[in-house]
Design a protein around this ligand. Structure first.
Ligand code: NAI
Length: 319
């Protein structure tokens, strides 16, 4: 039952993200080899994946006709890099976010893989040219940045370096779609890729609104959760333009000047250090709402919400 025609995927690093990728690739039918240098981490990964896949089985979050055991049987655990990489068609690196470490891990992988293997990194914010330059297989290296938890937040930012071949980009996008993710192409290397650039623009405006005394931290969060955030799970800003007037051209004619005026004001206020009295205010609000010793509970609450939204999206099939 464990054998599959899809081929073998190697996951390097069995932490939070490596485990999630393992579940996603195995669910689709890939044979997964999960590698880590720390064997106790592999043990944790095994137990987390057992629990996660049983839960997916109970919740109809697996392909029809499959159960936790069939999917778990596709996942192998290894502390040998050479064995893990043998015959892999796709590698997803998930080691801690440190450029020297990524560079050294990619060098080791480069020595052990065949010429057709895609070498993807999960890095959140390091552009691929910083750790793939000069490798034998540099043209096969790419970033595939997930969002946590990747099985509910399906966006994957695919970021090629200048030397990544178009074929590598195409194949990476195809594989990501195949496992149920929603890849977007970041056409050139920029800091923060796309998601974090958008997220940080919103964060900085919330910060300034609090700093300028326009609203409380709590109300800035409510503006998101009860306002624009209600749309964001299924409709982006551009589609909002199309619907909130008689099409986007009409929207821009009607609101464009005002939007530009406000954005110029924001630009004048500029980026702020995320410290000082505003941080005190923000963290006071947050610590009273979610004490630090309740973070795990709150993360479970968040994942539960994300799951409900993800399921609703699949049900409506309008993703
Ligand atoms: P983590 O700290 O949970 O796991 C890292 C794993 O890598 C550990 O199991 C560690 O033992 C292992 N490791 C360390 N050195 C290694 C080596 N040389 N070879 C093989 N394994 C090694 O980290 P996490 O959160 O899973 O992050 C991994 C990557 O994914 C980072 O680049 C991070 O920026 C990115 N990412 C993380 C997200 C998150 O929300 N945590 C979201 C999106 C991307």
């Amino acid at each position: 039952i464990a054998s599959t025609s899809l081929g073998k995927v190697t996951i390097i690093g069995s932490g939070l993200i490596g485990r999630s990728w393992s579940a996603l690739f195995a669910r689709r039918g890939y044979d997964v080899c999960l590698y880590d240098t720390v064997s106790s981490q592999l043990e944790v990964a095994r137990s987390v994946l057992d629990t996660l896949l049983v839960q997916w089985g109970d919740e109809d979050w697996l392909k029809e006709g499959e159960n936790a055991q069939t999917v778990l049987a596709r996942i192998r655990y290894s502390d040998s890099l050479a064995e893990s990489l043998n015959k892999a068609v796709y590698v997803q690196e998930c080691v801690p976010e440190n450029v020297q470490l990524k560079e050294s891990v990619f060098k080791q992988i480069d020595e052990l893989v065949g010429d057709d293997t895609i070498l993807a990194s999960s890095t959140s914010c390091i552009i691929p040219s910083k750790f793939t330059k000069g490798l034998k297989h540099e043209s096969m290296c790419i970033v595939a940045h997930p969002v946590n938890p990747p099985y509910y937040c399906t966006l994957v930012e695919v970021v090629p370096s200048p030397w990544t071949t178009p074929e590598t980009v195409k194949k990476t996008i195809a594989i990501q779609k195949e496992i149920g993710q929603s890849p977007i192409l970041v056409r050139r290397e920029v800091n923060g890729f796309v998601l974090n650039r958008i997220q940080y623009a919103i964060l900085m405006e919330c910060w300034r609104l609090v700093e300028e005394g326009v609203c409380s931290p709590e109300d800035a969060d409510i503006a998101l959760t009860e306002g624009i955030g209600m749309r964001y799970a299924f409709m982006g800003n551009f589609e909002t333009m199309q619907l909130n007037a008689n099409g986007a051209v009409d929207y821009c004619q009607k609101y464009g000047d005002n939007i530009k005026k406000i954005c110029l004001e924001q630009q004048e206020l500029g980026a702020r250090d995320l410290s000082g009295p505003t941080l005190d205010k923000v963290s006071q609000y947050l610590n009273s709402k979610i004490p630090i010793d309740k973070l795990e509970e709150r993360r479970a609450w968040r994942d539960d919400w994300l799951k409900a939204i993800a399921k609703e999206k699949i049900k409506r099939k309008d993703m």
